[in-house]
Design a protein around this ligand. Structure first.
Ligand code: ZN
Length: 73
C-alpha cells in the first residue's frame, strides 16, 4: 500500500514581495521526489513542474519552510 504525503510551503516573490502558498505532493513511486500540486493566486508553476514563478514578474519565487504536512491514502 502506498501512502503519499502532501506538504504546504509559503512562497514569496523576491521582486514584488507577493506572498502565497504552494502544495507539494510526493510522487506515486515513493522515490522522495515531490511535485508541485497547486499554487495560490499570483503564482504559476513553470513547465518543468519543479519551479514556482511569480505571474507578474516572471521570476522564480522563494520557497519557505514546510508549514504543514498530511498523509494521503
Ligand atoms: Zn512578483
Amino acid at each position: 500500500m502506498t501512502t503519499r504525503e502532501r506538504f504546504v510551503t509559503p512562497v514569496t516573490c523576491p521582486e514584488c514581495a507577493l506572498n502565497g502558498s504552494a502544495t507539494w505532493e510526493e510522487s506515486e513511486r515513493g522515490d522522495l521526489e515531490t511535485r508541485i500540486k497547486s499554487v495560490s493566486d499570483g503564482f504559476t508553476i513553470d513547465p518543468s513542474g519543479t519551479e514556482i514563478v511569480c505571474t507578474d514578474c516572471g521570476i522564480k519565487a522563494t520557497v519557505g519552510k514546510t508549514l504543514s504536512r498530511s498523509e494521503m491514502k
